[in-house]
Design a protein around this ligand. Structure first.
Ligand code: GLU
Length: 427
């Protein structure tokens, strides 16, 4: 087997395999040589640490923490920190590589990284979380840095955790270093617009996709899977632009309303209900449907904004939408791609669709380094333009190479990183 044969998919639920098979296809189309293939494939650095934490019951529990720097060819590595029970090194490796491609697609000067800890934040007290974040930060003092590797929130973490991280890092160096992390609370040098940024980018990609498909947004319908930071803001911003959101979901279940879900009210409900939509069907008279029903609804747009591997071959066969905009990282397994393409569904891939978050993270880092604060108007204008330009670049590449938007996005990204490496040179 030659080195650029697609890697066999041993475990369809492994996001690393999902990522690698798309990477291999794009590499083949670009005609990248063997040396460059391995330079781009093998992560630059993988750090695994044991984190002994005193739990509230007085007992010490040891957590495993990861940070994978996939690439620092384009600049300092960038990527979130995920706290979830099923976090593992393979998943973090895939997510780190996706960050490399994501930053390259939107043309911001960062490499890609990802961190994670296998834990269940829903079952941990604020004190336990704080000790975990501070211990993890200490273990990563030589990895993180404003010019080295800049973490951010991901699933299970948010501004609160980023504040602890910034504080712990700053204390270790004896001065305030706020540019070491993004997604901080506003008062600590966070950026306006960062919280909504990923959802806003999903909205820009949806509006641009609808335009390409000549669908009037005021007549369009949409289903959004996941009502966390990405899904809720994407739904809200689309709702504001006339798109009718027929269904939403979270861990508690999926909810449908033929007249359209009132997103502002749903956000209010979830915020008051411990970040859960549980019981919203009874409160507002919505129908409770299954997760599969939500994904396969007859809608114009499907926004998977929950987690990896939710659209597999079986779901793909039943899809009835015309446009998929991937708010989550890796929501579609590689084997589902050909089915989606055959059905003529336009799928805006994760590395483009959810890049609004890291784009505003970049603005946060720039503002921290300037010691200056931008207005929300400037941030939204600039991030919308970056997202729109990236969409157009990927769309044009898909026409040039006659490939899907997903493969086109990988082509844009891999080409940029490979060319940059050639200029920088190796040993
Ligand atoms: N965790 C987010 C992502 O997957 C944001 C990363 C960042 O802002 O650095 O894109």
């Amino acid at each position: 087997m030659s080195y650029i044969e697609p890697a066999p998919i041993v475990d369809k639920d492994n996001p690393l395999d999902s990522m690698m098979s798309r990477f291999d296809e794009a590499v083949r189309l670009l005609g990248i040589d063997e040396e460059m293939y391995y330079i781009l494939k093998v992560p630059a650095r993988q750090v695994v640490v044991g984190l002994p934490i005193t739990m509230d019951n007085g007992k010490i529990k040891v957590f495993e923490g990861y940070r994978v720097i996939h690439s620092n060819i384009l600049g300092p590595a960038k990527g979130g920190i995920r706290f979830a029970p099923d976090v593992n090194l393979d998943e973090i490796k895939a997510l780190a590589a996706w960050m490399t491609w994501k930053c390259a697609v939107v043309d911001i000067p960062y490499g890609g990284a990802k961190g994670g800890i296998a834990c269940n934040p829903r079952e941990m007290s604020a004190g336990e979380m704080e000790r975990l974040v501070r211990t993890y930060t200490n273990a990563m003092l030589s990895v993180f840095g404003p010019d080295r590797d800049i973490p951010a929130p991901d699933m299970g973490t948010g501004p609160r955790e980023m504040a602890w991280l910034m504080d712990e890092y700053s204390k270790a160096y004896g001065m305030t270093i706020n540019a070491v992390v993004t997604g901080k609370p506003l008062v600590l040098g966070g950026s306006l617009g960062r919280v909504e940024a990923t959802g806003r980018g999903v909205m820009v990609c949806t509006m641009t996709g609808l335009e390409k498909l000549r669908i009037n947004p005021y007549k369009a319908t949409c289903a959004v899977q996941g009502f966390g930071n990405v899904g809720s803001h994407a739904a809200n911003l689309l709702d504001e632009r006339g798109v009718k959101i027929l269904a939403i979901s979270d861990l508690s279940g999926a909810y449908y309303c033929q007249k359209g879900i009132d997103i502002a009210k749903a956000m209010e409900y979830s915020a008051k209900n411990n970040n859960s939509l549980e019981g919203i069907d009874k409160a507002f008279g919505y129908d409770k449907i299954s997760n599969e029903e939500l994904l396969t609804l007859q809608v114009d747009v499907l926004v998977p904004a929950a987690k990896e591997d939710v659209i597999d071959e079986e779901i793909a066969k039943k899809l009835q939408c015309r446009l998929i905009v991937e708010g989550a990282n890796g929501p579609t397994v590689a084997d589902a791609d050909p089915i989606i393409n055959e059905k003529g569904i336009m799928a805006v891939p994760d590395i483009l669709a959810n890049a609004g978050g890291v784009t505003v993270s970049y603005f946060e880092w720039v503002q921290n380094r300037l010691g200056y604060k931008w207005t929300l108007e400037r941030i939204n204008r600039r991030s919308d333009r970056i997202m729109k330009d990236a969409f157009d670049r990927v769309y044009q590449t898909s026409l040039d190479y006659k490939v899907s938007l997903r493969i086109a996005a990988y082509i844009v990204a891999i080409d940029k990183v490979a060319k940059t490496y050639k200029y920088r040179g190796g040993y």
